[in-house]
Design a protein around this ligand. Structure first.
Ligand SMILES: NC(=O)c1ccc[n+]([C@@H]2O[C@H](COP(=O)([O-])OP(=O)(O)OC[C@H]3O[C@@H](n4cnc5c(N)ncnc54)[C@H](O)[C@@H]3O)[C@@H](O)[C@H]2O)c1
Length: 296
């Protein structure tokens, strides 16, 4: 397959914006698409600020920063993605919504284009079944935040071709990432292991074993994790964590993956984590982690 020179990123949330930035800084033309024009405006602003920060820190040159800004185009028309070589989808973690998007993309993008999903847990094989090109559908799972985290987990669906795998791996390596490869089973490698730990941290809080601060401090200092599991859940998004637990439970057919009732309740209450200003912790004032109940 020819080199990838143009990428479409669908979903301008925390992951999509980061993937778009990574691509633009690494010399790939980007179309960033979202249904929500506010999300696009916010993403464009945060990408420009981040590029400026990289320049100020001397991590990229003036020429690279100017080039990166020029390479990024935002759109709320899916048709604008017709010329891209690969689409990386980073929308809401819902199989139904992703399948419908993949079916639409399949009709819009050129026949040689790869359709990749940044899904945290949903079956690539099932997403591929919504298209007429299952051999060109793959999982390209970036970690959060994409510009910083060194890993990309690549997931091969049942029919993903060797060419698709090699082109996707090449692109991830061009972005400076280390690649690991997973077969297509719910949660893949990273979330299969990480999410049950986060869910167990919620159970530990729910059953009154310890405070949120002690749970996080215990895991940071006791197991050398850079963030505690509850803090990490807030960072990922509690809605994303809940969706992944549901996928693990249904996909692996084991109730040991059932989401903790407290996690479910927080999501029901709109406490989605850092992106909403409140999750396990309250981020709405500077005094993060000072305790007390979030003000809802
Ligand atoms: N948050 C994480 O730490 C993390 C890490 C790795 C992978 N992921 C995965 O990445 C994906 C996105 O997660 P996120 O945290 O960036 O979510 P987010 O809520 O920050 O952003 C999602 C964006 O998608 C847009 N969107 C929703 N439906 C759409 C549609 N049909 N068409 C176009 N745009 C649509 C929304 O407007 C929003 O801007 C999910 O599949 C998630 O599981 C998340």
């Amino acid at each position: 397959m020819a080199d990838i020179t143009r990428i479409g990123v669908v979903g301008a949330g925390q992951m999509g914006a980061g993937i778009a930035q990574l691509a633009a800084v690494n010399g790939v033309d980007v179309w960033l698409y979202d249904l929500d024009s506010e999300a696009l405006t916010k993403a464009q602003k945060s990408i420009s600020n981040n590029i400026q920060r990289l320049l100020t820190k001397g991590q990229i040159s003036q020429a690279t920063s100017v080039d990166a800004v020029k390479r990024l185009r935002c759109s709320s028309r899916l048709d604008d993605l017709q010329s891209v070589d690969i689409v990386v989808e980073a929308i809401v973690e819902s199989e139904q919504v992703k399948k419908s998007l993949f079916a639409n993309l399949d009709k819009i993008v050129k026949s040689s284009a790869i359709l990749a999903s940044n899904t945290s847990s949903i079956s690539i094989t099932r997403l591929a079944s919504a298209t007429s090109r299952p051999s060109q559908v793959i999982g390209m799972h970036f970690m959060n935040p994409p510009p910083i985290m060194k890993l990309v987990e690549i997931i091969r669906g049942a029919d993903t071709s060797e060419d698709t795998y090699c082109a996707t791996k090449c692109l991830a390596e061009r972005f400076g990432k280390t690649v690991i490869c997973s077969q297509d089973y719910s949660g893949f490698i990273v979330n299969r292991i990480l999410m049950p730990m986060i869910n167990e941290a919620f159970h530990t809080l729910y059953t009154g074993v310890a405070t949120k601060e002690d749970i996080d401090t215990g895991m940071k200092l006791g197991t050398n994790h850079p963030m505690g599991p509850l803090e990490l859940a807030d960072f990922i998004g509690l809605d994303v964590c809940l969706s992944i637990m549901k996928v693990l439970q249904a996909g692996l057919g084991d109730d040991k993956y059932a989401p903790c009732p407290l996690l479910v309740q927080y999501v029901d209450a709109g406490r989605l984590g850092k992106k909403r200003g409140v999750g396990v912790y309250d981020y709405r004032n500077a005094a993060k982690k000072t305790g007390g109940s979030p003000r809802l």
